[in-house]
Design a protein around this ligand. Structure first.
Ligand SMILES: Cc1cc2nc3c(=O)[nH]c(=O)nc-3n(C[C@H](O)[C@H](O)[C@H](O)COP(=O)(O)O)c2cc1C
Length: 200
């Protein structure tokens, strides 16, 4: 195979997560993230989450020391795209659109009911990597998944069709794991109206 010089991680699929926290007044807050991966800590599953620039999500993680990570599936994508293309600092009413919220079972974090996999994360350490870019090493205090994903009578690929996770691979494009392009970053947020829930 002939190789050409690459500028980065194009075609290295990244799973998308919505990081959740509670604002001081109790309103759930979400931002969209893909710099997310796993590690193993003595005490169990660990997560490495990298956040660039100062933003509401980072403010809240620093303030509370915890957050949720909710796997983005196809039905959630319009809302996730809206959360990823709308700055919390610049849009105080960003959270006028909300999914169905459940309280964390172990930590005080908002979980997205429509998401097939939720992590409740406690920050163990923060490391500054470059100006504005910070790595949060976290311990998964709890992990939940759609009970259908545990059904080992179904082949894994059938359960992937249930989970419907969304990835991004290159050129600001959302894709699924079944060969379909789902749209461009910031280009499908308008559909969020269809699945949002009115704020209580
Ligand atoms: C597909 C996608 C992936 C993103 N991944 C990250 C990421 O891993 N790290 C990051 O700092 N920002 C990432 N962003 C940008 C944040 O979602 C964006 O800054 C958003 O405004 C954060 O919400 P907040 O301003 O309410 O904190 C991503 C945006 C998109 C559209």
């Amino acid at each position: 195979m002939a190789k050409v010089q690459s500028s980065g991680n194009d075609f290295c699929p990244q799973s998308l997560f919505l990081y959740g926290n509670y604002e001081e007044n109790g309103t759930p807050h979400f931002g969209l993230f893909c710099w997310f991966s796993y590690c193993w800590l003595d005490s169990g599953l660990g997560v490495m989450a990298c956040i660039g620039e100062e933003k509401t999500t980072k403010d809240l993680i620093r303030k509370t020391g915890v957050f949720s990570a909710n796997l983005v599936n196809e039905p959630l994508l319009p809302l996730a795209d809206y959360y990823g293309s709308t700055s919390g600092r610049e849009n105080p009413d960003k959270m006028k659109r909300l999914p169905t919220i459940e309280r964390g079972r172990v930590l005080n974090v908002p979980l997205i009911a429509e998401s097939p996999v939720n992590f409740e994360l406690k920050v163990l350490s923060e490391r500054n990597l470059s100006p504005g870019c910070d790595l949060f090493v976290c311990r998964a205090e709890n992990a939940l998944m759609d009970e259908r994903l545990k059904d080992q009578s179904l082949p894994v690929i059938e359960r992937m069709k249930i989970a419907q996770p969304v990835s991004t691979v290159a050129e600001s494009t959302y894709v699924n794991f079944f060969g379909q392009e789902l749209g461009k970053w910031g280009g499908i947020a308008k559909g969020a109206e269809a699945i949002n829930r009115p704020r209580p």
